[in-house]
Design a protein around this ligand. Sequence first.
Ligand code: 5AD
Ligand code: SF4
Length: 431
Amino acid sequence: MNEYDSERMLALLRGEYVPCRRPEEADLILVNTCSVRQKAEEKVYSLVGRFKQLKARRPEVVIGICGCVAQQEGKHLVKRLPHVDMVLGPRRIFHLREALREIEAGHRPVVWVELDGDWSPPPPGPLGERPVKAYVTIMQGCDNFCSYCVVPYVRGREISRPPEEILREVECLVSQGVREVTLLGQNVNSYGRKEQGFPSFAELLRLVSEIEGLWRLRFTTSHPKDLSPDLIEAFGELEKLCEHLHLPVQSGSNRILRLMNRKYTREEYLEKVRRLREVVPEIALTTDLIVGFPGETEEDFRETLALLEEVRYQEIFSFKYSDRPLARARDFPEKVPEEVKAARLAEVHRVQARITGEIYRSYLGRQEEILVEGRSERNPALWTGRTRTNLVVNFSAPEDLDLKGALVHVLIKDTGKHSLRGEYLATLKGP
Ligand code: 5AD
Ligand code: SF4
């Protein structure tokens, strides 16, 4: 979501500014920030701290902090980092041009962190490097208040974009060569629930997948409690909808899930997984996981490990619990010691590395449909793209072929730690 926000902010500045390579060359520096975990927040302070000397040398440089840390800290940021000119929360970032006018008029610092009022991303405009895939935000904010999470406080209440606006944006992207779109929201399953006359999320998927020239559709993130039967059916129905679902479980222990305020049980989660696999047997699942939530015992943790074995995720994103300002769990007793958290994280990594390895090896000898994104950055002799299940595949092809943007068949011949290796077989569509 931050990537998307940054792209749209860049779009707003086109014509007025040109991107440059190094902060030393810049007239405007915007830092778009994440506050979901302590570590991300710390990175903001160290990065922006480094711009202090730069600002001393060239006071006319405008420095802005945008996004969730901006929201969380508001005017305190300017106190702590007096060389910052602008603080824009996630609901105010698209008012960037107005903010710059204010600064030009001598009204600095600008601190805009209101969470209500309009929030509306600008149209994408002309795309720079002819990307093959793109994100489209369909909603913003979250009403779930998981006890560890800062998001509802910094991104505000759920608000959905009108379906026509979303369709127009996807059409605009497709007309510029984009073939794969990922719909974004903190909790896409509750899309349109609060707005009058909006389609449900599953209906929105149907509408988007009718857009001609779009080949692949994905979305993220889904809250397990809101994963509807209708959405599960959509996976079976919609050809463009790729066989991958990110379904954050967070913990395998019912006791911890309750403390986290997740509003589902381990059994309910597993039942949804079973149903998904009944509809789409080849579906790849990924998840987010927190270890060391306050009060997590060895037994709770074992239940999380057992869940990993039971679900067999293709990939997981696992984190040590970290206290966040405003989030309720900050005041929960029985904090898990740092070294226990680290040991549990290492164990999760060990178990999952084995499972991921096994899943990767199951691709060997298979012919996979790959949407080619371009040359591999690491090895430009190879092309790179993803399977429908969202695995990265690097592959060789005859030299005379330009495959960027094409849908191709690749024979999988080898596995790496984070990708598969293959060999071009045939072009199915495009570029
Ligand atoms: N500590 C650790 N991980 C967190 N996440 C969210 N808040 C916290 C926190 N306080 C993780 C969750 C979420 C992902 C985006 O970040 O797993 O799904
Ligand atoms: Fe945070 Fe929970 Fe909302 Fe996800 S659903 S953004 S974890 S509060």
